[in-house]
Each structure stands twice: as structure tokens, then as C-alpha cells.
Design a binder for this molecule. Sequence first.
Ligand SMILES: Cc1cc2nc3c(=O)[nH]c(=O)nc-3n(C[C@H](O)[C@H](O)[C@H](O)COP(=O)(O)OP(=O)(O)OC[C@H]3O[C@@H](n4cnc5c(N)ncnc54)[C@H](O)[C@@H]3O)c2cc1C
Length: 141
Amino acid sequence: MLVGDAAGQAKPTSGGGIYTGAFAAKIAGKVAANAALEGDTSAKRLSEYDHLWRKGLGKELEIGMKIHDYMGKLEDRQLNDLIGSLNTPSILNTITEYGDMDHPSVLMRKLMFSGNSLRLMKAFGTFLGTLFEEPGRAQRI
Ligand SMILES: Cc1cc2nc3c(=O)[nH]c(=O)nc-3n(C[C@H](O)[C@H](O)[C@H](O)COP(=O)(O)OP(=O)(O)OC[C@H]3O[C@@H](n4cnc5c(N)ncnc54)[C@H](O)[C@@H]3O)c2cc1C
């Protein structure tokens, strides 16, 4: 049962893996303990861990990976333009209120479905529309 960086649980947006690793470790401990008590430590029984951590973190990591890939392809000038276009009181207030480095998708949703959506569409283009696509269409992490 792999946990933490070795399991690919670090956040693609920052490389931070303490929260995600601890989240998954708690699940791993419970599944391992229950499996031992039941006398069934087969791969099938322990795969409950894989299912549960992906359920809890998978979507957030998947969205983080999309953001990482998108940002990584920008030239310096495009990055400056992008950050500059976010510099409005309304957007800054939303970032202050909902920004959470462990759950960037919460902020992205708030920004998208607010009065700022036109400005954001202009800044991010079609990328924004792909952020919340259903799993399966995006690459599995
Ligand atoms: C400079 C820096 C700053 C960071 N800042 C943050 C931050 O602010 N917030 C955040 O969330 N994350 C941060 N991270 C990331 C965070 O440290 C990792 O995501 C987290 O420590 C991963 O925990 P882990 O237990 O998976 O792996 P690790 O902490 O890397 O633990 C793995 C352990 O296994 C040991 N090991 C390796 N191979 C073997 C072997 N063959 N046999 C026995 N032992 C072995 C290693 O020595 C190590 O002690 C930062 C990372 C770095 C490098």
C-alpha cells in the first residue's frame, strides 16, 4: 500500500504533499487494520484503499494536473498577462475568501460561476471549460 509522494499524491500545482499524504495515510491505516482483523490481507481486500483515496483526492489532483500542464505551457508574457487580468477588486476578494491551496478547484469554481466569468474566459480561453470535465475524458492520475 503506497502513501504520499511515492503514490503520486503530491499536488501538481505546488508539489505539496503533506495534507494529501496524511489524508491517504489515515485511510491506509484503517483499511490495513480492518483487513488484518478480518484475516484477509489479499490485494483485492486492500484495493479498498486505492478506491477510497482516489475518491477523496483524485478529482482535486486531476484538476491540479490540468492547471499545472496549462501554466507550464505559457510564455512569461502570457503568464504576466494572465496574472494581470486577475487583478480586479472582485477577483481578489474571491481569492481572499475562497483560496485554499489544498483545494484549488473550490476557488476555480467560485471564480467561474461569478460575475467574473467573462473576464476569466478571455484570460484562460477554452482551457477553463475543460477544467471540470467528467473523469475518464481526462488522463487518469
Ligand atoms: C523543500 C521542500 C519544501 C516543501 N514544502 C512543502 C509544504 O510547504 N507543504 C507541503 O504540503 N509539502 C511540502 N513539501 C513536500 C512534502 O515534503 C512531501 O510531499 C512529503 O514530505 C511527502 O511525504 P512522504 O512521507 O510521502 O515522503 P518523504 O517525506 O519523502 O518520506 C520518505 C522517507 O522514506 C525514506 N526512504 C527512501 N528510500 C528508502 C528505502 N529504500 N528504505 C528506507 N527508507 C527509505 C526517506 O529517507 C524518507 O525519510 C516540500 C518538499 C520539499 C523538498
